[in-house]
Design a protein around this ligand. Structure first.
Ligand code: ADP
Ligand code: MG
Length: 256
């Protein structure tokens, strides 16, 4: 499979006026085309730093980060980044928020507007185009943020704890919707989550990180029957609990 993301011996040092700290060290991570990978690990282990490196927002201090075989030197249109907070502009309508990425990259055309409308519809947001973000629920706003991310047609999606501000039911519904949407479009995705069952239910592979500095501790392949199911049903699949416990005990042995 063609590698979409390649981190080769990547390390990053944050420098502040008081100190320099090694946030992540010697990262060796490859993500193949169409793969859905989750990053899990203790708070502060460098998950957001890794996504920012892949997004081209941080140039690593050491090593190299490649996207589709090209060395990253800044943000790439191939990469869509969706954050924990929806970051919708309250003064723009839902449609105008959804079109923001296209607008910023000068790609507003009748076709791209039409495609964005279709995406909103697919996400159950038909009829909400002229609403403003405060008039929508948290789950709806995250769906708008997803549409905005998908509208620019990135091959790779980065999702940083996109469900953490949502109630449990909404989160489970959105997990299924995201997986369905990404599978239908053959997208590659990297998800950061603190919810281990979510990581297993959504992914092809789970990468467990250690902290101080952030490094890869172990990778876990998710068995076919679990990855073929949608996240909600994946949790009932044979082997799910065993994998959960295997990763959990590995995490447990690293934390204090
Ligand atoms: P995670 O997302 O896993 O919680 P982060 O990538 O946010 O971890 O942070 C990794 C480490 O880098 C932490 O020790 C954090 O304090 C530090 N860090 C993150 N961002 C900055 C920054 N902008 N300046 C200095 N240190 C930072
Ligand atoms: Mg983080």
């Amino acid at each position: 499979m063609f590698p979409v993301v390649e981190l080769n011996h990547v390390a990053h040092v944050y420098v502040t006026d008081r100190e320099a700290s090694l946030a992540v060290n010697d990262l060796q991570i490859t993500v193949s085309e169409g793969e859905f990978v989750s990053l899990v690990g203790p708070s502060g282990c460098g998950k957001t730093t890794i996504l920012s490196i892949i997004a081209g927002l941080i140039i690593p201090t050491l090593g190299e980060a490649l996207i589709y075989g090209n060395k990253l030197e800044g943000p790439s249109p191939e990469v869509g980044y969706m954050l924990q907070q929806d970051y919708l502009f309250p003064w723009r309508t839902i449609m105008d928020n959804a079109l923001l990425g296209l607008e910023l990259t000068h790609r507003i055309t009748p076709e791209s507007v039409e495609m964005t409308s279709k995406l909103l519809e697919e996400m159950g947001l038909a009829g909400k185009e002229k609403f403003y973000p405060p008039q929508l629920s948290g789950g709806m706003r995250q769906r708008v943020a997803l549409v905005r991310t998908l509208a620019t047609e990135p091959g790779l999606l980065l999702l940083d704890e996109p469900f953490s501000a949502l109630d449990y039911q909404t989160k489970l519904q959105l997990e299924d919707l995201i997986v369905k949407t990404l599978r239908a479009r053959d997208k590659t995705a990297v998800l950061v989550t603190h919810d281990l069952s979510e990581a297993i239910a959504m992914s092809d592979r789970v990468i467990l990180l250690d902290a101080n500095p952030g490094t890869v501790r172990r990778m876990f392949e998710v068995p076919d029957n679990i990855r073929d199911a949608l996240p909600f049903d994946a949790r009932d699949q044979a082997g799910f609990q065993e994998l959960f416990h295997e990763i959990w005990s590995e995490m447990d042995s690293t934390s204090v």
